[in-house]
Design a protein around this ligand. Structure first.
Ligand SMILES: [Zn+2]
Length: 272
């Protein structure tokens, strides 16, 4: 695989996305933030969690044994063991992350997608790219975001409403009928979307955190097909540049109501 990526944090904050790759494997995680004034029970923070789990997963993929689901379950356990002596892992706000894993082995491409990061596959002879995303959090979130979306981004009222929204969603986290993310419960791995295909059937793959995929799935400025074209012709930098331009064009969220005016944005493009 030929891999390029860009991970751009919101200026002035630690990057809670994590991306890494080898010639045969890629991982992308998007840590769920702890809004100002909110507790998490963890002294390490969300960026630490994403980096720890992401690097653990890439190491285990490089060693090459086990299904992606098994590797994710083991990775969740490993990271929990790094801080169960110092942090309250039963706290409902303990750090969590979305996960995409992509692995090339024995002429097959395998993937795993947990929560709302997006994997886009450019499949040979398909009319449209295949976008794989677990949207259960968005479905639950839609029931609770009316108040937040009605307020102008950047105001104190919006910040408070966003914190309440995040805290409300915690009660749905890693529960049947709610949504599943990588946090402290290894059973979340069983909830991931998985698949595989002969590698020669896939021209390219894009891994996007929701800070990058918002160009398509929140702003509706482009199609997945267009994003693949931009990645092919200009690379991940250009996708992130277009995301930032759109965010700057709507600083108060009037056109596109959103929890975060700017978000960590990560795009990885892989030619298979
Ligand atoms: Zn901790």
């Amino acid at each position: 695989m030929r891999v390029t990526f860009v991970a751009e944090a919101v200026p002035g904050r630690p990057n809670e996305d994590f991306v890494a790759a080898t010639a045969d494997a890629a991982v992308l995680l998007d840590g769920a933030g702890t809004p100002p004034g909110s507790e998490s029970g963890c002294s390490h923070g969300v960026a630490w969690f994403s980096r720890s789990l992401g690097s653990t997963l890439l190491t285990s993929m490089a060693q090459g044994t086990g299904t992606l689901t098994e590797l994710l379950a083991q990775g969740i356990k490993t990271v929990a063991s790094l801080h169960d002596g110092t942090c309250d892992l039963n706290h409902p706000g303990s750090p969590s992350a979305t996960v995409i894993m992509l692995r090339h082995t024995n002429d097959m491409l395998e993937w795993l997608v947990l929560a709302d990061s997006v994997l886009v596959l450019d499949v040979v002879n398909a009319a449209e790219p295949m976008a794989i995303c677990d949207d259960r959090e968005a479905q639950v979130g839609a029931l609770h975001r009316t108040e937040m979306d009605a307020l102008a981004s950047g105001t104190d009222e919006h910040v408070s409403a966003h914190r309440r929204y995040v805290e409300t969603l915690r009660s749905y986290r890693n529960r049947d009928g709610g949504f599943w993310v990588a946090a402290t419960d290894p059973l979340a791995a069983d909830q991931a979307l998985t698949g595989n295909m002969p590698a020669n059937q896939i021209r390219a793959a894009a891994l996007l955190s929701d800070g990058a995929s918002r160009l398509v799935d929140r702003f509706h400025l482009h199609t997945w097909s267009h994003v693949l074209d931009v990645l092919e012709q200009s690379g991940p930098d250009e996708v992130i540049r277009q995301v930032r331009a759109a965010e700057h064009s709507d600083p108060q969220g009037a056109r596109w109501p959103r929890g975060k005016t700017f978000d960590d944005a990560t795009a990885l493009y892989c030619r298979c």
